[in-house]
Design a binder for this molecule. Structure first.
Ligand SMILES: O=C(O)C1=C[C@@H](OP(=O)(O)O)[C@@H](O)[C@H](O)C1
Ligand SMILES: C=C(OP(=O)(O)O)C(=O)O
Length: 430
């Protein structure tokens, strides 16, 4: 689907959609438990992939109004009777690959053409060292992946620089192994807040993980544990909210109030501090969970370390494109391992709108200026599409293709933006 976007301002109130990361974990942990109710889950293409995978391991998932009722397989996944298709979702693929290590048989996992380009080497290697057998059918660390169960606990180390999802996956599967497991992180751990979200959810499910005092780079996971998640309400998603907040900050005459944004372990709450740092008029009432942004202020350039918050990079890059001065987004190599190589996608699309941008291995340098309308490509990547939409609202006269990809994390993105007054039309394709 292609959309046309004209110069817009945005005004009004909107609820932040439920968190994708918390929804994936709540479904997975409920599936590993006996029975749990999840209130207000995100139902998007990615979380539906996690529901389908959980069902294939033996869970039953029922939707009742705004809730999911999940009858789990109580720590013992059955051997799936078909290939697990994680579709476009890295989180689903990585979490389910580790859970496949707990079955008595063989599981095959795959995904769409984007997911089949994403690396899984460190996770496969560690699963093998832990007693399971895990390999890529093409021998290139990419899906399709085949896993033979047999996960036992042991001391292992893993590279943390590619994806935190490998560590989250081990933290979720290893408590069900026979023996204790120790996972030490080698090098830097990127996207650390997502591991903290995993540990928070594990605690709620009654599962114990000990983190060493020294920089939290070693996790001790007692074996033979039991999952006991009962009930959980999904909080609002700061990554999805970043587009709403940035849209208001970038456009004159805007005033947007985003609800359901309470303090959270989500690293992407950093969008609020970053907008403040850039000079936006933004307030956060933490108790009420309400963030208000008024547009119209000239934004200033920043230096942004993307190590902990890769999903904010498209939003911050577009903010930098309208800010005064030259911004740098650093420590961002892992942003290349997402649905697309997002540094590359931004470096190709934004110059079409007149943005001066330099791409290096792990950084982007962006000089802010006047945006001009253009026909840009969304790369079938939800975050690229949503970020380019904001640029379109400033530039006007812009079209974006592959916009159906917003269904991955924020299915109501265009609806919410239109309700706030954004001038977004659909272009029918021949
Ligand atoms: O665990 C999670 O929920 C996620 C972890 C991050 O990935 P990496 O750890 O691969 O950076 C993030 O980019 C992704 O959108 C969601
Ligand atoms: C990278 C993302 O998700 P995943 O890794 O689950 O595909 C994302 O939502 O931007």
């Amino acid at each position: 689907m292609r959309v046309s976007i004209n110069k817009s301002s945005v005004k009004g109130e909107v609820f932040a959609p439920p968190s994708k990361s918390y929804t994936h974990r709540a479904i997975t942990l409920a599936a590993l438990s006996e029975e749990a109710v999840i209130h207000r889950p995100l139902l998007s293409a990615d979380t539906l992939a996690t529901i389908r995978a959980s069902e294939m391991f033996g869970a039953s998932v029922k939707q009742e109004e705004e809730n999911l009722i999940i009858r789990g397989f109580n720590g013992k996944p059955t051997v799936p009777d078909n290939v697990i298709d994680a579709a476009n979702s890295g989180t689903t693929l990585r979490l389910m690959t580790a859970i496949a290590g707990l079955t008595d048989g063989i599981t095959v996992l795959t995904g769409d053409s984007s997911l089949r380009t994403r690396p899984n080497g460190p996770l496969l290697e560690v699963l093998n060292r832990l007693g399971a057998k895990a390999c890529s059918t093409r021998g290139n660390e990419r899906a399709p992946i085949v896993v033979k169960g047999g996960l036992e606990g042991k001391e292992v180390s893993i590279d943390g620089s590619i994806s935190s999802q490998f560590i989250s996956a081990l933290l979720i599967a290893c408590p069900l192994a026979e023996n204790n497991t120790t996972v030490s992180i080698i090098g830097k751990l990127k996207s650390r807040p997502y591991v903290d979200v995993t540990i928070e959810m594990l605690e709620l499910a009654g599962v114990k993980i000990h983190t060493d005092e020294n920089k939290g780079m070693k996790f001790i996971i007692p074996g033979k544990q039991k999952y006991n998640l009962k009930e959980y309400t999904i909080p609002g998603d700061f990554s999805s909210a970043s587009y709403l907040l940035a849209a208001a900050a970038m456009t004159e005459g805007s005033e947007v109030t985003v609800k359901n944004l309470f303090p959270s372990k989500q690293g992407d709450k950093l969008i609020i501090e970053t907008l403040k740092q850039m000079g936006a008029d933004i307030t956060w009432d933490r108790e009420a969970g309400i963030v208000t942004v008024r547009g119209g202020r000239k934004l200033k350039a920043i230096t942004f370390d993307a190590g902990a918050t890769p999903d904010l990079v498209p939003t911050i890059t577009v903010l930098a494109a309208v800010a005064e001065g030259t911004s740098r987004i650093e420590n961002a190599e892992h942003v290349r391992y997402k649905e697309t190589d997002r540094l590359r996608a931004l470096a190709i699309e934004l110059p079409k709108m007149g943005v001066k941008l330099k791409e290096e291995k792990d950084s982007l340098t962006i000089t802010g200026g006047q945006l001009k309308g253009a026909a840009v490509h969304g790369w079938d990547d939800h975050r690229i599409v949503m970020a380019l939409s904001l640029a379109g609202m400033v530039a006007g006269n812009t079209t974006i293709d592959t916009t159906e990809s917003v269904s991955i994390s924020y299915p109501d993105f265009f609806k919410d933006m239109r309700n706030l007054g954004a001038k977004i039309g659909e272009i029918s394709e021949e």
